[in-house]
Design a protein around this ligand. Structure first.
Ligand code: AP5
Length: 219
């Protein structure tokens, strides 16, 4: 991996419901680099069944983080695929101090350009409002909102036509637990990346296209 190669390694940092997935999909389409969403990858592993799937379901449905080792293995494998040569958009990873250090190390080892970190800031009440009415495509992982951003045909994904679902962790009890995990384990990374001078904060409470424009203006 040559440093001369123009790469975008972008990390979208934000609480559950901040709009990381929504923005990552649009950025991926525009920049032609893949979205690496550990949440989507874990749901994919979970859908294959077996003992690991049961463990993942129990952790994810109670709003807890999955052990670092498992998540890091998934990211390491994903990052070795050829489509990541021009960079990647990290969505939901890293989420702990150890994950952040491992990603920094991986980027150095692979001679990749350092991360740009965009922190999408949204008030907690708005996060909850978004998540309780979210609809998700289980096929292409696109997010909708029943009120603000509904699909053109009720419960049908605009992109692939699959039937939309409510994620098993999008209920108020689990949302509270996910937010607790975010503030305890992930929000401290804001300080970590501020010290590295790689963090840019943007106002994520604006409309989706306005948030997208703010992110683009930082790149
Ligand atoms: P994950 O799938 O990563 O979930 P999350 O971080 O909780 O984030 P979400 O996907 O819920 O929110 P988002 O920010 O992507 O919002 P979205 O764009 O969909 O993780 C799930 C679980 O997996 C974790 O709890 C953990 O167990 C495990 N896990 C994952 N990664 C891990 C890791 N690295 N380590 C350990 N465990 C890990 O938007 C949300 C809603 O808002 C949608 O309805 C959307 O339409 C709407 N919306 C988006 N933007 C706007 C806007 N600007 N205005 C109004 N509405 C908007």
């Amino acid at each position: 991996m040559g440093q001369g190669l123009k790469q975008n390694n972008l990390y979208l940092l934000g609480a559950p419901g901040a709009g990381k997935g929504t923005q990552a999909q649009q950025l991926s389409a525009l920049l032609h680099i893949p979205q690496i969403s550990t949440g989507d990858m874990l749901r994919e592993v979970r859908s294959q069944g077996g003992e690991l799937a049961a463990t993942l379901s129990s952790l994810m449905d109670s709003g807890k983080l999955v052990p670092d080792g498992l998540v890091v293995d998934l990211v390491r494998k994903r990052l070795s695929r050829p489509d990541c040569q021009g960079g990647a958009i990290f969505d939901g990873f890293p989420r702990t101090d150890d994950q952040a250090k491992i990603l920094d190390q991986l980027l150095v080892e692979q001679n990749r350009t350092p991360l740009k970190v965009v922190m999408i800031d949204v008030p907690v009440d708005e996060l909850k409002r978004r998540l309780v009415d979210r609809l998700t495509c289980p096929n292409c992982n696109r997010s909708y909102h029943a009120v603000d951003y509904p699909p053109r045909i009720p419960y049908r994904c605009d992109v692939c036509g699959a039937t939309l679902v409510t994620r098993s962790d999008d209920n108020l009890h689990t949302i509270e637990k996910r937010l607790e995990a975010y503030f305890r384990q992930t929000a401290p990374l804001i300080n970590y990346y501020e010290k590295q001078k790689s963090l840019i904060r943007i106002d994520g409470s604006k409309k989706i296209p306005d948030v997208f424009a703010s992110i683009l203006s930082c790149l």
